[in-house]
Design a protein around this ligand. Structure first.
Ligand code: SAM
Length: 284
């Protein structure tokens, strides 16, 4: 679901703050980490490459990149948020056999790096947080060397979490999601940056080089990480779409999302979930 401006204290108790969506991001990494890492491994890299991960968030992908580039490559993990950078640093404090990694506070619209400084740039699940993704990608292009690669991992809110709930409920929720997005952002497509990637790459002066969608299939009984993700996902979806759902659809949604309901997603023996995310590749 879209980020909210509300912030929650970071558990470092160091005064820095993380956005409310951080917990959902972490739940997603826990539930689908294997597949998310697989998607990241599709970024073509050489062993001596220098790679920028921006925005790096809590360093989930920077860690994978640094493992791949050990011992000859280098990673720069950049984000505007001190709290996220602190999280990323703490993640790395536990790691061994990773390439040298630098953490840099940086605005993606004005990166503090020389032109063509990187062999590759990785940008995961962040375009929705940015007001002007085309301008951000143009800046990403500036710091990528000619011939270098840009990998953008993006979801599409309408196709991200697929569950085998009733078709009528699915259609009602999709319609309400589009209506809520129009009301909040002025466009239903804001929540589907993946649908605009070709256009965004081209407008940034990058040449699209294909995409790879990764599916994470899970079936009941769901492991605790998937239950944790689903609880958050359904709660956030409900908050977003409820004002745009008919009462009977909202009641059906609540039955489906009720952890105690025998025919709800948490207790149905035939419940299934597929999580989709797509890596979009481009060359400078
Ligand atoms: C949804 S998180 C994704 C983080 C990470 N890529 C991941 O997938 O785990 C979005 C990130 O964008 C960062 N961010 C937002 N605006 C930014 C900006 N203008 N420059 C750099 N980072 C920014 C936030 O601090 C946050 O870490």
């Amino acid at each position: 679901m879209p980020a909210t401006p509300t912030e929650t204290p970071d558990d470092a108790a160091d005064g820095t703050r993380l956005p409310a969506y951080e917990a959902t991001l972490r739940a997603t990494h826990r539930a689908f980490g294997r597949e998310l890492r697989r998607a990241a491994r599709a970024l073509p890299l050489g062993p001596r490459d220098t790679v920028l991960d921006v925005p790096c968030g809590d360093g989930f992908y920077s860690a994978g990149l640094a493992r791949r580039l050990f011992p000859q490559g280098k990673v720069v993990a950049a984000d505007l948020s001190d709290a996220f950078l602190a999280r990323a640093r703490r993640r790395f404090a536990r790691l061994t056999r990773v390439a040298p990694t630098e953490f840099v506070k940086a605005d993606v619209y004005r990166l503090p790096f020389d032109p063509a400084a990187f062999d590759a740039v990785w940008c995961a699940r962040s375009l929705i947080s940015l007001d002007d993704p085309a301008v951000a990608l143009a800046e990403v292009r500036r710091v990528t060397r000619p011939g270098g690669v840009v990998g953008v991992l993006e979801d599409d809110e309408y196709h991200r979490v697929l569950v085998n709930w009733p078709v009528d409920l699915e259609l009602a929720v999709q319609g309400a999601t589009a209506a809520a997005a129009r009301a909040k952002y002025g466009s239903a497509t804001k929540l589907a940056p993946g649908r605009r990637m070709l256009k965004l790459f081209r407008s940034a002066g990058l040449t699209p080089r294909g995409k790879k969608t990764v599916a994470a299939d899970r079936a009941a009984p769901f492991p605790p990480a998937v239950v944790g993700f689903l609880l958050r996902h359904l709660r956030e979806t409900r908050d977003f779409v409820a004002p745009h759902l008919l009462p009977e659809h909202l009641a059906a949604f609540d039955r489906y999302a009720d952890p105690a309901a025998p025919d709800g997603v948490f207790r149905r023996p035939d419940a299934e979930l597929t999580f989709l995310t797509t890596l979009f590749l481009a060359r400078r």
